[in-house]
Design a binder for this molecule. Structure first.
Ligand SMILES: C[S@@+](CC[C@H](N)C(=O)[O-])C[C@H]1O[C@@H](n2cnc3c(N)ncnc32)[C@H](O)[C@@H]1O
Length: 156
């Protein structure tokens, strides 16, 4: 990270695209693990992904880099992440963290969107949640880790 430690999230976030994807995600009724049980406070995963990525990579240093990051963010924040985009995002995060996967902790994990997306982005991910229902329905379903590890995207 550069000395001033300014992060991407402080410079750009494609709000319009994230909002559009988030409302599509919220209207899913079947075909995704999140529909097993409603968890009211669960944040949309595309928003969580943007927040985790944006918080872990440095802010662009010039207009060209800014454009590159904007294009990358837009693709990263779509439900069906195009091939190669997730791998690039993981690489960016590793590079920004001296080659070591950063540790991400959500101390109020709720439906688990932040730890899930941190895991998908190659981080060492930790979650704390008081309510056992939230833990059961989202954080610990069998195969969840494997699903995230295997795929950059899911089918609906
Ligand atoms: C707003 S929700 C979390 C949303 C989540 N971070 C996300 O991005 O989707 C807050 C969660 O904090 C949990 N919580 C409240 N007090 C807690 C505590 N002392 N320790 C751990 N979890 C707690 C609640 O059960 C609730 O699920």
């Amino acid at each position: 990270m550069p000395n001033n430690d300014r992060r991407l999230i402080e410079d750009l976030i494609p709000i319009r695209e994230i909002s559009a994807e988030a409302s599509r995600e919220k209207s899913l009724r079947h075909g995704n693990i999140s529909t097993l049980h409603l968890w009211w406070a669960r944040r949309p995963i595309v928003a969580a992904r943007a927040a985790v990525y944006g918080a872990l990579v440095p802010a662009p240093t010039d207009a060209k880099e800014r454009e590159t990051y904007m294009a990358r963010m837009r693709k990263l924040c779509s439900w069906d992440i195009p091939n190669g985009v997730l791998e690039q995002a993981r690489k960016d995060i590793l590079e920004a963290n001296g080659g070591k996967p950063p540790r991400v902790l959500d101390m109020f994990a709720g439906g688990g969107s932040i730890p899930l997306e941190a895991l998908r982005l190659g981080c060492e991910s930790y979650a704390v949640e008081l309510n056992p229902v939230a833990q059961e329905i989202w954080l610990f379903p069998r195969g969840r880790r494997e699903e995230v590890g295997r795929m950059g995207h899911r089918t609906r």
